[in-house]
Design a protein around this ligand. Structure first.
Ligand SMILES: *[C@@H]1O[C@H](CO)[C@@H](O)[C@H](O)[C@H]1NC(C)=O
Length: 323
């Protein structure tokens, strides 16, 4: 049983469970362990006071006092807990981390530090648990939640596809669950693709930012083609998504021809995986264009032109995806 009001925030708190562990361990490190301590010790510790103040702020809106001039403080004192990211996370662990903090220098340095230091047992357990919770959460969402709530959830899910705790196994598992969910939601209600046209095109526009975003774009392309951009009734949406796919096609061809893999500082391993993911994306884009034109026949002439231009050899041989 989940109310609509707690359903959306729950996603972020499950995603950010490992971050919460990192934040709480930071509190603990600056105050000494609280587990097994006597009440008297806990009462003397600054940590519960800190957490109470944060909860108070969350419920009453009264501001937690931030000691001034603490920016860039070292890792030892309790001061760095007043960092905005930790404040937001700790004052209500049900909210996860606000999107804006994922691009803050604090979070990148925190994640870097967490990434480079040995993981505590608690962190390891949270990295195991969070993907399982997400599986349950998404199963519940697909079974019990109506389309309007799914339409609210999917953009949040997409926004976190490339922003999560940077543990290799964890992020692999989580991404798998996120994309499975998005695809299953589109399968259940193809109409959602039309409703979410804007956030979907935004994500397609970021396809070349990094490998995770390329992967998300690839899934979205597949879904757009498979479900005809929401169905035969959505001609305008189909045309707009078609144009975005064309753009992706031309961009992809341009970058692969220019050989952008020779950026300074990119190792050959990174360059080759980027190349192969771009090639995969190209396949999905071409397939989506062909499928979209099959579902919406008014797009056929245009699909012939754009695919023919991109792959002149294929056209000569009459193999251009059967169009
Ligand atoms: C969808 O579910 C939410 C939460 O249960 C509810 O508030 C909303 O009115 C429902 N929307 C529709 C269109 O049924």
């Amino acid at each position: 049983m989940m109310s609509a009001g707690s359903f959306l925030p729950l996603f972020l708190s499950l995603m950010d469970l490992p971050m919460l562990v990192v934040a709480l361990e930071k509190v603990e490190r600056s105050s000494g362990t609280l587990i097994g301590s006597s009440i008297a010790t806990i009462q003397k510790s600054a940590a519960p006071e800190m957490l109470l103040a944060l909860m108070d702020e969350a419920y009453t809106g009264s501001a937690v006092e931030e000691p001034s001039g603490n920016s860039g403080s070292d890792d030892s004192g309790p001061l760095d807990l007043t960092d905005p990211m930790f404040l937001d996370l700790l004052k209500d662990e049900n909210d996860g981390i606000a999107a804006k903090h994922w691009i803050s220098p604090t979070i990148s340095s925190t994640l870097q530090a967490a990434f480079n230091s040995p993981q505590s047992d608690r962190l390891k357990q949270s990295l195991e648990m969070a993907p399982r919770f997400l599986t349950l959460y998404f199963a519940t969402a697909l079974r019990d939640v109506n389309d309007s709530l799914l339409c609210a959830l999917i953009p949040v899910v997409m926004s976190r596809y490339a922003a999560m705790f940077p543990d290799k196994v964890f992020s692999f598992k989580v991404r798998e669950r996120l994309s499975d969910f998005i695809l299953a939601a589109f399968q259940r209600s193809p109409n959602i693709i039309a409703v979410l046209k804007k956030p979907i095109t935004d994500r397609l526009g970021e396809a070349h930012d990094n490998l995770a975003k390329t992967e998300l774009a690839l899934h979205l392309c597949w879904a757009i083609g498979e479900h005809g951009a929401g169905g035969v009734g959505h001609k305008d949406v189909a045309r707009e998504l078609f144009e975005n796919l064309e753009l992706l096609l031309y961009e992809n061809l341009a970058t692969s021809r220019l050989g952008l893999s020779q950026e300074p500082g990119s190792d050959s391993m990174g360059a080759s995986s980027r190349k192969s993911s771009q090639a995969r994306l190209l396949c999905f884009v071409v397939t989506a264009i062909a499928k979209l034109a099959t579902c919406h026949s008014e797009l056929l002439p245009r699909a012939r032109v754009s695919l023919g231009r991109s792959f002149p050899n294929l056209r000569q041989e009459g193999l251009a995806t059967g169009l």
